[in-house]
Design a binder for this molecule. Structure first.
Ligand code: BTN
Length: 255
């Protein structure tokens, strides 16, 4: 395993509850850097110059947010670890709830929202069969709208939702502890428990959604997930559809 490229200045490395956390001032993407590190390593940076979001989108990562990537082992059944993006969503949701953020919810697959505004996003990369990199972007006191005006109405931050923006160190500890917990839940095969918790967290699950999938556009009510992580949709005349997650290219809520 290689450590960080020499050109990147590492600010600190510390041990947190079984994790080795490498902190940097500026990187392209914490997830790209974490891809070279062993399981239970984590990388955080003050700024990402090329932060990546899901489906090839860019992720604005200015100073004041938490940009964190954590490497977890994924032994055994790949079908189990296909649920990791959902489990990571649960971990971040719980961290936000524990901080006292009111009205925080999950939007499939793992966006963390308050109302319609995004507080945090998660992207899981599989660079090998043995491990996955869970990348978490959490808006805290950063100013994403100064980078991209369109984000002014799309994004929220902990600083907008709590009396004071929580300290970065404590946030990193909470997020890593949540990932450890959810990873353990998958490792012991408690898929039923995960799905039960997730299905209680899609607060807007009765909202109409439109999906783009290999089968074209599909409208319906999102009713949660089954024990394989497939989406359950109820159509206009009450018919049910089960859609494997990998077939869903776009998931949009219609209010
Ligand atoms: C999304 O909602 O599209 C996922 C956003 C994930 C952003 C995080 S920030 C830390 C890690 N490094 C990246 O380049 N992306 C993820």
């Amino acid at each position: 395993m290689s450590s960080a490229p020499a050109a990147i200045q590492e600010l600190d490395v510390c041990a947190i509850d079984g994790w080795t956390l490498h902190e940097f001032a500026e990187v392209t993407s914490t997830s790209s850097l974490a891809a070279h590190l062993p399981a239970w390593s984590a990388v955080s940076a003050t700024v990402q110059t090329a932060g990546r979001g899901r489906t090839g989108r860019r992720w604005v990562s200015d100073e004041g947010g938490v940009w964190l990537s954590a490497v977890v082992p994924t032994p055994g059944d790949p079908a189990l670890w296909a649920l990791l993006p959902l489990a990571a969503g649960r971990a971040v949701l719980d961290a936000a709830r524990d901080l006292g953020v009111e009205g925080v919810r999950l939007r499939w697959p793992n966006d963390i929202l308050v109302g319609r505004r995004k507080l945090a996003g998660i992207m899981v990369d599989r660079f090998s069969a043995e491990a996955a990199v869970v990348g978490i972007g959490l808006n805290v006191s950063n100013q994403p709208a100064t980078v991209d005006e369109a984000l002014a109405t799309e994004v929220t931050r902990l600083a907008d939702l709590l009396p004071a923006a929580p300290a970065r160190a404590g946030l990193l500890v909470r997020l890593l502890a949540g990932l450890t917990r959810e990873h353990h839940r998958l490792e012991v095969g408690d898929v039923a428990g995960l799905c039960r918790d997730l299905n209680a967290a899609w607060v807007y699950r009765h909202v109409h959604v439109t999906l783009a999938s290999g089968q074209g556009a599909i409208n319906g009510h999102f009713e949660g997930i089954d024990s394989h992580g497939s989406l359950l949709l109820r159509g206009a005349v009450g018919e049910w559809r089960v859609l494997p997650a990998h077939q869903v290219e776009l998931f949009r809520e219609i209010f």
